[in-house]
Structures are given as C-alpha cells and as structure tokens.
Design a protein around this ligand. Sequence first.
Ligand code: RUB
Length: 307
Amino acid sequence: MKKVQESAEKIQTMQIRGAGRIAKAAAEAIKDYAERLEVESLEEFNEKIKTVSQILISTRPTAVSLPNAVKVSTRHSSESLEKARAEVIENATLFIKNADLALERIGKIGARRIRDGDIIMTHCNSNAALAIITKAFEEGKSIKVFATESRPRKQGLLTLKHLNAFGIPTTLIVDSAVRNYMKEVDRVIVGADAIAANGALVNKIGTSQLALAAYEARKNFMVAAETYKFSPNTIIGNPIEIEERAASEVIEPELLEKLPYVSVKNPAFDFTPAEYIDMLITDVGILPPAMAYTVIKEYLGWELGEI
Ligand code: RUB
C-alpha cells in the first residue's frame, strides 16, 4: 500500500504529471501492490485491488490514460488467487512495456511528417509530442521549436530543458504570444490527455488557442497520442471532466483575500474540436480524428457493456 499511497500523492501534487507518465506510475503501483499483497482468498484480492484502483483513479480526473491503465492492469479472468495475482502483475508489466513502445512508434511515425527546416510550435510538456520532435532532429532534420510557457504551472520550462539537452534550438514564448508567432510556424504538435469518440482533444489549457491560430494561419495541427489516451466512456455520451485547480496557482492567496469582488477560474485543460485537428499520430498509425471511435473499438477492445 505504501507505493500506491506515494504514487497517488505524487500524481495529485503533480510531482508525477503528464498523461503518459501518470498512467505508467499507476500501472507500476498496481504491480507492486499485487506482488506484495498478503490475502487469503480471491475475493479479498479482488476487493483490495478494487480499492487501490479507486485511490489511483481519483487522483486526477481528466487524463483518461489513468483509468485506462488501471483497467488494463487489473482485469483478470482467473479463478484462483495466485493465478489472478500473476495475471495482474503480467498485465501491469505489459502495459508499462507497451507504453514505452507506443512512444517510440509515435516518434518514428510522426517524424516522417516533419520536414527539414520546419519550425514547430508545442504547448505544455508532452512526452509524445517530444518523441516526434526529438526523433526528427536525431534523423538529421534541421528544426526549430517555439515552446509556450504554459501558465500557470509553467510546464513549458520542462519542455525547454528537454529540447535544450538534445541541442534543439528553442524559443520560449508566453501563452498569449501564440497567434503572433503562428505565421512563422510550419506545424503545431501537442500531446493529449484524452481523445473523445468524436475526435475532440482534451489537453492542457490553451491548446484550443493554438489550434484556432493554426487553423486561421493554415498551419498543420498534429496531436500525438497513444491509443490508451482514447476515452471509451465517451462512446456512451459520458463527458470528460475538466480538472479545476486551486486559485493559488494563478494569484497569491494574500492578494486575492484583499479583493472581495474577484474570483478565479483555473481549469487545467480545454477541448479542441475535431475540425481543428489535421491528424492524430498514434502508435497504430496516422489517423484522422474521425477514426477515434474505431481506435476505441479496435485497439482498446472494449465492448459497450464493459465500460
Ligand atoms: C500535461 C498535458 C500534456 C498531456 C500529454 O498536463 O496536458 O500535454 O498530458 O502528455 P499536466 P504526454 O501537466 O497538468 O499533467 O504526451 O507526456 O502523455
């Protein structure tokens, strides 16, 4: 339970963040828990795994990678305790391995769409988007990046450090400068916290602004997303919840206290409609957003009754 609690806390406090990293951390925590769990019966095992799954899933509401990782890791069809334990450990291990493989594939597939001399804009800090950018650079393409600051948590600084370590020339801009620089950009690449069945993207707040500016400037808007970022629940009309975070991330609480007529909204993510997205770069290939439903049916392999 110690690792589960530690991981849950790290996800909640954003020491572990980003949809892919959250998912892997959850799978690792489940694996560790299943390995150490001391129980007498299968019923007890199932019960405890269910509790731990809930603890992990409730840490952050938006990234669908988290419930997907938990679901893939914990499902088993075994009738005996030890077989169930072995199955859960194997599922979680496989999820982690596949998540790494998916990133590698996205990097390779996406890099084919980057041309020598491209200027790319990215937002927040996405491992999937960075896999494409760094792969293209490693292949010898001369590229430059505009990275947004990504207020209020400034994940853009993580992106800068990553790109700088590869020696990729990068320019930091504030979020409100996105439209101003869009004319200099060839394509936008962002990651995903969730993709709905209708192809809409949920990603860091401000992503939809990049999409709108790219659309206006006729620039390519590409979304890098592992198949486990697609949301099965949206097929039956369940909305994706947008996390609302503390006002203290945006304004000093002492200052806010002195402003009785002021309130703060701090949504962590926003929706980008499918019509602003040129392509989804996934581990199973480059797809139009209209194929999101097919990805859920074919690659997540979940029937409606299971959701
Ligand atoms: C992170 C964010 C990232 C996606 C994709 O938000 O919006 O763009 O999670 O990241 P936060 P990745 O910092 O609030 O978690 O491609 O690494 O999964």
